[in-house]
Design a protein around this ligand. Structure first.
Ligand code: COA
Length: 654
């Protein structure tokens, strides 16, 4: 870490150089504090340009430090000192000013920026609120309504938008620093604007607060930080900046040490590590621009949409006219869904979307693809036939992938020409939305083919997790265990609705039985039947009884619950209860926390087995699978995170 100072006449240029993202670590804060004193005392200096080395200004506090008690000097103190400096400080912002970086910039008298510079307070994503004046200075610079969106709703103005808001004083081209120095010289000839915290701010009408609170609570999915960020902002408007700063800091410190914040930090680092596993860092991927997708059903079309959103070109292969027609109409809907959700990534703009899509019958044009993903019916013979054909028509360097969720990829690849170019790429439905991508190499997969899987994940904005080969890979294997344990509870007399309600209260959008009704009970049933036919001692489960009488879930009009007239709202089913009664013990009340603990223990237990078997590289990877593929509530960090915290509690009490 360094914070450099250069002198250009009467202007000092202070550059924070703390790679990779110029986080405001303790040493940076200390040096900044020293420098303000020093420069204030230097009669030759009249203004200070503050900038960051590299591609961005400052990405915020050093998140690594949040696992330890706060260490002085604290950021609010540093920013207050810069704001109070005798000489004006001018923040010169390239790329991004995030979190504490934006707060630091707000402590400066002026802000100049490149046109691509992003401004955000992403603290709420880490379960905390800005802790260094962001909730107080921002409304005094851009107004309450816009500040509320930035503080509590992840609104991220960029360049011209930030200029319009008054967040930056001017936009500049590179080279930024000489431009900022000229700006500083010109500014010295004029009266200085008031310091951010001293600026007047008008309180908004009360319905502005009510509307903002409504939106924030609706989007928060049970997270507490967004509303608290808004409350800190409001406190400073209602009672003045000093009171606002005090509440902001108190809230920040309290949230910093919550389980929720620890869970979100855990995922922050896990997500970044997932994209760059150690053995892939030096491995170049194969170049991919056009991807073939075999099969235009729900999964194939979803994969095609994900690829188009990521800016790639797609050749979607179907068997006949009818299949092409169906796929095109599914894709038109997915295009709309992507637009609504804002899923068009870099290069994946709406206008080029349909132009980059070719739908075709048969393999005639697949030769131009550098990667082909098979997404046909989950049947070994069908899949093998596809790969036999692909092996014949594709160029030798083309990467071939299967989207199987259960079948051993080694069996699918048997007899394939060039097995080193084959791997599993397991997407999750809806594939244009769900972020998980399980990457499943076979023992023969070449390293650059594996790297191509990771590169694809990065380009599609997915979270890649490598899985070894086992039945159901990582996610479906844990799901099976989770569902089985839920049924074990029902057998023990716990109510179906009680289990679902407990898991919803924990943060899942649906409980295990509601989810199974949606997905269909028959998959688990067939799996158990197959095991029974192999002679394995699999006991009858309540779900088996339901499937045997045709209750397969919503698609058959009922499963664990009843459904009326196509409505997806589950209704308690006396019939289902009667059918499963022979396997169910006397009614048993169980507290929600105990239900959650039972299901968490089962998931983590399966996770540990998967780790021991070497199927997955780390516990954090398992958490990523659950959070990004199976609706595990993000603020809970994942089953392995939950288990590790449980272990810590046990260790602490021993
Ligand atoms: N503190 C500590 N480390 C940080 C960090 C922070 N605020 N922000 C990023 N990093 C680390 C990442 O963990 C990663 O480390 P690694 O190389 O060891 O995996 C590295 O910096 C690069 O980050 P990455 O996200 O992989 O790069 P990117 O170019 O895709 O994105 C950012 C850069 C800054 C946009 C992104 O990292 C980000 O959003 N950071 C968090 C910003 C934030 O929440 N600030 C408020 C903190 S309270």
């Amino acid at each position: 870490m360094t914070v450099n100072v250069e002198i250009d006449g009467e202007i000092a240029i202070v550059t924070i150089e703390n790679p990779p993202v110029n986080a405001l670590s303790g040493a940076v804060r200390e040096r900044l504090l020293t420098l303000v004193e020093l420069l204030d005392g230097d009669a030759n200096i009249r203004a200070v340009v503050l900038t960051g080395a590299g591609r961005l200004f400052v990405a915020g506090a050093d998140i690594v430090e949040f696992d330890r008690p706060p260490e002085p000097p604290f950021l609010p103190e540093v920013i207050a000192r810069i704001e109070a400096a005798a000489k004006p400080w001018i923040a010169a912002i390239r790329g991004a000013a995030l979190g504490g970086g934006l707060e630091l910039a707000l402590g400066c008298r002026f802000r100049v920026a490149t046109a691509n510079a992003r401004f955000a307070l992403p603290e709420i994503n880490l379960g905390i609120i800005p802790g260094a004046g962001g909730t107080q200075r921002l409304p005094r610079v851009v107004g309450v309504a816009e500040a509320a969106r930035i503080v509590a709703e992840n609104y991220t103005p960029v360049g011209a938008e930030a200029l319009r808001l008054g967040l930056v004083d001017t936009l500049m081209e590179e080279p930024l620093v000489p431009g900022a120095v000229s700006f500083a010289r010109a500014a010295l000839g004029r009266a200085l604007p008031p310091r951010s915290l001293n600026r007047g701010v008008s309180a908004p009408a009360s319905d502005v607060w009510a509307e903002a609170e409504g939106r924030v609570v609706a989007d928060a999915k049970g997270a507490t930080a967004p509303l608290q960020a808004l409350q800190a902002l409001r406190h400073g408007i209602d009672y003045g900046a000093e009171a606002g700063l005090a509440l902001e800091r108190k809230t920040f410190l309290a949230l910093r040490s919550t389980e929720e914040a620890a869970a979100l930090r855990h995922l922050f680092f896990a997500e970044r590590a997932a994209l760059r596993p150690a053995d892939m860092r030096l491995q170049s991927p194969r170049s991919v621009e056009t991807v073939g997708v075999v099969g235009g059903g729900t999964m194939g079309s979803g994969i095609a949409a994900a690829l188009l959103n990521g800016g790639l070109s797609v050749v979607l292969i179907e068997q006949d006219e009818e299949g092409v027609f169906r796929a095109r109409s599914t894709l038109a809907k997915l295009f709309e869904s992507s637009r609504r959700r804002g899923l068009f990534g870099a290069g994946g703009d709406a206008s080029g979307w349909m132009d980059r899509l070719e739908t075709t019958i048969g393999y005639g044009t697949v030769e131009r693809c550098e990667l082909v993903i098979e997404a046909v019916f989950e049947d070994l013979a069908v899949k093998r036939a596809v790969f036999a054909e692909l092996g014949r028509v594709c160029r030798p360097g083309t990467v071939l992938a299967t989207n199987t969720s259960y079948i051993d990829p080694r069996l699918i690849a048997e007899g394939l020409l060039g097995p080193e170019r084959f791997l599993g790429l397991h997407f999750f439905s809806p594939a244009h939305v769900m972020k998980l991508l399980e990457i499943i190499p076979t023992p023969q997969t070449a390293p650059d083919v594996l790297a191509t899987g990771y590169d694809l994940a990065r380009r599609l904005g997915k979270v890649p997790v490598r899985s070894g080969i086992c039945d159901g890979f990582i996610g479906n294997r844990i799901l099976r265990r989770y569902r089985t344990e839920a049924e074990v509870l029902v057998r023990a007399g716990v109510g179906i609705a009680a289990v679902d309600a407990a898991m919803r209260a924990f943060g899942f959008a649906m409980g295990p039985f509601e989810m199974q009704d949606m997905a269909g009970l028959d998959i688990a049933f067939l799996y158990r039947e197959a095991a029974r036919s192999r002679g394995e001692p699999v006991p009858d489960m309540p779900g088996d009884l339901l499937v045997r009488v045709g209750r397969k879930g919503q698609k058959s009009g009922g499963g664990w619950y009843d459904y009326i007239d196509g409505n997806r709202r589950p209704i308690r089913s006396p019939e289902a209860e009667r059918i499963i009664a022979p396997l169910v013990g006397a009614k048993k009340e169980m507290a929600g926390e105990e239900i959650v603990a039972r299901l968490m223990t089962a998931m983590a237990d399966e996770g540990r087995t998967i780790l021991d078997e070497g199927i997955v590289a780390s516990a954090a990877d398992i958490d990523l699978v659950e959070v990004h593929g199976y609706g595990f509530p993000r603020r809970r960090g994942g089953p392995m995170f939950q288990a590790s915290r449980q272990d810590m509690t046990i260790t602490r009490t021993l």
